[in-house]
Structure formats: C-alpha cells, structure tokens
Design a protein around this ligand. Structure first.
Ligand SMILES: [Zn+2]
Length: 164
C-alpha cells in the first residue's frame, strides 16, 4: 500500500469503516511508515478531542496511549478474523472433499450395480483383510521352510559329532 492510499484510509480507520482486509493492509503500512503514522496520530487526536469535548469538559487524556490501545485492538481483531477465515476455509475444503467422494462413490455404485465394487467400500472394508491373506501366508510358508532347513542342518551336525 502506498502512502496516498493509506492516508485516505485514516479517516475510515478512525471511524471503524474499514473491512478486515483493508484494515490489515492499513495496519501493516502504519507499522512501517512513520509519516502516515504521524498523520494518523494527528487525525486521531483531533477526533478523540472532539469526542471527549462532546462527552465531558476539560478532561485530560493520553492520546498516545489511546491510539496504542486502538491499534492493538484493531490488530487483535484482524488476527481473530484471519483465524476464523482460515478455519472456515478448512471446513469448506473438508466439506467439498467429502461431497466429491460421496458423488464419486455414488457414480461408481451406479456403474457397478452395487457398493461392493466402489473405491470407498474397498478402502473402508477391505484394507484390513488384505495383508492377512497373501502376505501372511507367504510369511508363514517362509518360516516353515527355514525351520525345516535348520532342523536338517542340526541333524547333520549331530550325526558328524557322533561320528567324530
Ligand atoms: Zn505511508
């Protein structure tokens, strides 16, 4: 954001008429730009002075502190809204993924004439069954073979021992 845009926003900022995006950009500029910050201080002082004059006469107040509080509150608000926005985005994304999976599953089910051949069905119900069938069988076969081999070797060793 350039200084001209920022200075146009000062009035809107003080009157709380900026939307979150504008406020975020404005705060970022004010943080780094001394000139615009000074401008904001002047506007803020005048605005607060006029308001305070309306409310109560000769009251002394710390403009610097008021502006600091005001900026901190705005920053918190922007931060909070940003988190809400990210959370909403994640929620919408999740909902869309679920929706797409539901639609794909439905289409597959229509084409296959049942749910048993859909990806979702296989993912949910057949993932646990898979390793038990093939891999475990292969594993037990291998173990059996090995144990037979060890037995044979032991037997041979025993016989040579006896011969010696
Ligand atoms: Zn500036």
């Amino acid at each position: 954001m350039d200084c001209k845009t920022a200075q146009k926003m000062i009035d809107l900022y003080i009157k709380k008429q900026l939307n979150t995006k504008e406020m975020e950009a404005f705060l970022a500029h004010i943080k780094d730009c001394g000139e615009c910050r000074e401008e904001l201080e002047i506007y803020f002082t005048v605005y607060m002075a006029l308001q305070k004059l309306d409310e109560e006469r000769d009251v002394s107040f710390n403009i610097q502190k008021l502006l600091q509080d005001n900026l901190a509150a705005s920053k918190r608000k922007v931060h909070r809204l940003k988190i809400i926005r990210i959370f909403n985005f994640a929620l919408v994304l999740w909902a869309e993924i679920v929706l797409v999976m539901v639609i794909l599953t439905q289409i597959q089910a229509w084409n296959a004439g049942g749910y048993n051949d859909t990806y979702m069905y296989r993912i949910v119900y057949e993932r646990e069954a898979e390793p038990a069938s093939e891999e475990a069988e292969r594993e037990s076969e291998k173990m059996e073979r090995e144990s037979v081999e060890t037995e044979n070797r032991n037997g041979k060793e025993n016989s040579t021992d006896r011969r010696a």
